[in-house]
Write a protein that binds this ligand. Structure first.
Ligand code: DER
Length: 223
């Protein structure tokens, strides 16, 4: 079974968490893209979506699903999103797709976070995947030094040699060499460093449930 097939499996499985007639929170990434493809089959049963990125907005509109601004909607029943890593407590590293800030915003206004992931994402301790951090550009060097002081190596995310600019017009650092055994404390600490927009550790907005794609089917982990 390929990783792509595992992503399609969980993208399809996530449909059962979408309430008919509701507005669904939609994340970003290749696994979420499989969910959006699956959602096309039941698009007349949903009122619309709140999106976490320009990329997902474009895909939702392409299948005819109305996209609402986050400010137009009160609480969402469910938020469907992937993860770069997820631990046994439902804490995640996210941001591989550069959408971590809006993902955390939409997750915060959703009652349930349904994480969809292939089994390679489940880890005992977060940190093997470099932690994405959205930063205000002028603060990047100082934040890099702060991560160095805790043993992390922060690198500016580049595309064709130029810093990537997020949907919010900021830069991204990817921090390797960290072992995040206390995700809540780590998120609280880094979030309040001046110049940090969002740290790609989702502990305060952890998953409620994870649909994990495995060769023997979908494993449902409840947190
Ligand atoms: O950027 C993100 O947070 C994405 O959700 C990412 O973590 C998962 O992307 P993938 O489904 O393409 O692996």
């Amino acid at each position: 079974v390929t990783q792509d097939e595992l992503k399609a499996l969980v993208g399809q499985a996530a449909l059962r968490y979408v309430e008919p007639g509701g507005i669904v929170g939609v994340g970003t990434g290749s696994t979420v893209n499989k969910f959006i493809e699956a959602l096309a089959a039941m698009k007349d049963q949903v009122r619309g979506a709140v999106s976490s990125s320009v990329a997902s907005t474009e895909r939702l509109k392409a299948i005819g699903i109305p996209v609402f601004d986050a400010n137009e909607v009160e609480e969402l029943a469910v938020y469907i999103d992937g993860a770069d890593e997820i631990d046994g407590g439902g804490h995640m590293i996210k941001g591989g797709g550069a959408a971590l800030t809006r993902e955390k915003i939409v997750a915060a206004q959703s009652r349930r976070f349904v994480c969809i992931a292939d089994e390679s994402k489940l880890v005992p301790v977060l940190g093997n995947f470099p932690v994405p951090v959205e930063v205000i550009p002028m603060a990047a060097a100082r934040i890099t030094r702060q991560f160095a002081a805790m043993g992390g190596q922060a690198r500016l995310r580049l595309k064709d040699g130029v810093p990537i600019v997020t949907d919010n017009g900021q830069h991204l650092l990817d921090v390797s060499g960290l072992k995040i055994a206390q995700p809540l404390a780590f998120e609280s600490e880094v979030n309040q460093w001046p110049g940090v927009v969002t740290v790609g550790v989702f502990a305060h907005q952890k998953a409620s449930v994870c649909l994990l794609g495995t060769p023997s089917g979908v494993r449902t982990l409840d947190f």
